[in-house]
Design a protein around this ligand. Sequence first.
Ligand code: ZN
Length: 316
Amino acid sequence: MSKLAIGIDIGGTNIKAALIDSTGSISDFCRIPTNGKEGFKKTFISIQNLIQRYIDSIGKDNIVGIGCACTGQVDSVSGKVVYAASTIPELSGFELKKELIAFAGLPVEVENDVNACALGEKWLGAARDVKDFLCITLGTGIGGAIYKNGGIEHGYRGVAAEFGHMSIDMNGEQCNCGNKGCFERYGSVTALIKHFKEELLKGNKSIVTEMVNGHTENISGEIIYAAKSSGDPLATKIVKEYNEAIICGTVSLVHIFNPEAVIFGGGITTLGDIFIEPIKKELLSRLMPVFREDLIIRRAELGDNAAICGIVRELF
Ligand SMILES: [Zn+2]
């Protein structure tokens, strides 16, 4: 049999893993909860068990190595998690690469999860045909990746592309990073839902309340977009503001990096044209001519598989 790699993607909520071959074909995909609250050392035992299961099923000799994408700021050279949110205690400072090598005795690649997604999209997805692009992922926060000259741009300390913490309002909302008015305070899906709920608390009415049977904790980005599609005025207003935030941040990024393409990722982008078309139109209209002339704007294609594929690419 041809050799396979083990791809792992450690997220705040779930850990995804699979076996991947040299063409990017995936088998034995699995997803387990991160259970980060109890501390990452405990989570790492679950990861070791996952790896052991793959090793037992196909034999260590048939594995080229382990690629591990991880949430947070990851130094891909040392393989250490430099910083991660306090929602997963013990992850900040964790020597991920060293611990994986010590456990499995296999070659290991480690990378921030958005960078790994960018590598996956470049290999098999929306960025296959482009050389120079930015990834902007919209989720709990906003993640970023810069791909140029055939690889990820990591920055001096390995933690570049924190697009979510670029300020788009100098007097804006306080962010937990210490800055004010950060992009992700307005352009993340968390922000979309938060701003929508704030309007409901002010007494503004929306069909969204009926759509979730009064359980406002169940309001999601998808539900807000569905309400907008059926003409709900509040959802229309909030989605418009949400789009403005995404456009505002992205215009600055395009003016700074002059990329060939911008790839938007994250669950909300799977809504398709209803998500991307209004952003595309307005974004292009706000860019200086030379920046917009050949600019490609696309949605990511690989979803859950992007990071686990991207992170193993170099192992073959
Ligand atoms: Zn911030």
